[in-house]
Design a binder for this molecule. Sequence first.
Ligand code: F6P
Length: 337
Amino acid sequence: MGDKIKRIGVLTSGGDAPGMNAAVRAVVRSAVGMGIECIGIRRGWTGLISSDFVKLDGSSVSHIINKGGTMLYTARSLDFMERAGREKAIGTCKLLGLDGIVAIGGDGTFRGALALSRQVAEDGQKLDVVGIPATIDNDIGCSHYTIGFDTACNTAVQCIDKLRDTMQSHERCSVVEVMGRHAGYLALYVGIAVGATAVLIPERPVDFENDVVENIRRARLAGSTHYMVVVAEGAGNAYEIADQIKEKMSIDPRVTVLGHIQRGGSPTARDRELASRMGYQAVQVLAQRKGNRIVAKQEGSIVDLDMEEALAMTKSLEMDRYDVLEALTNNDGFRNR
Ligand code: F6P
């Protein structure tokens, strides 16, 4: 844990996101190109606790840029939240002689990284950590975009397009639940992209009568015979919403919970490109020994921010997107979609 950076670790933690592999590749190749050795920590923080690692070189990360998931595996570690767990992880860092760690994941991953770095500092040692935001939820406050979001949106759109074919044929209503945890980014983007009849998101209190019943009525009046209701998992339960629609409108909806399918698949060009830029930037930051940082996308640029400040940042879903949805799909003059 000396002054000039010689060896770094890279790990992926929390829910996987398409593009994580591209980020790992970028970290490894950027590091190797600068004469920095790179160790892959498997299974996120769990692997740092149990000394589960692999030495990586430029060729270890060949042919992964196009692959979903993460070659390093991932996990959510409860032990790492405890001091004792982190003490074991620090043992692994010492054993491996790590000067820094690139942690690819979400908020929880970054909080773990910061706690680790602080605990190392208590002994007068230094371990720099850099976070790269990767989650399909797009819910990291300091970054306008997170790796995996675009791929997940496209996957959900493809699935819903397929659903629409059968809903149209049977003149049915579909209620589709998408992921996003406590955020509605995925649901709103996807809802706009599929021309949904209604979209329910946690950022906007649900007015069932106005947002669902009225929208379906309008679509029906405009001549539509099938309806697509997109529900963010944080906004409600798709089955309960379907039951309410049935009760109020004498329509018998079909429910689809897209679930983990949204986390898989080959990353889109957008996710690969962003992951590559962020991975490269993370290594530059470590090489400069700037301390604990999070690499983020702000407007068109990749920036790095103080980790503690970045973790306190919030962002909000631009609600004008909701207006766009309403204007385009629920105008009396148009058929649904
Ligand atoms: O954070 C990513 C995410 O896929 C969320 O959208 C979802 O709520 C959660 O992870 C699911 O977690 P798990 O894979 O543990 O079921």
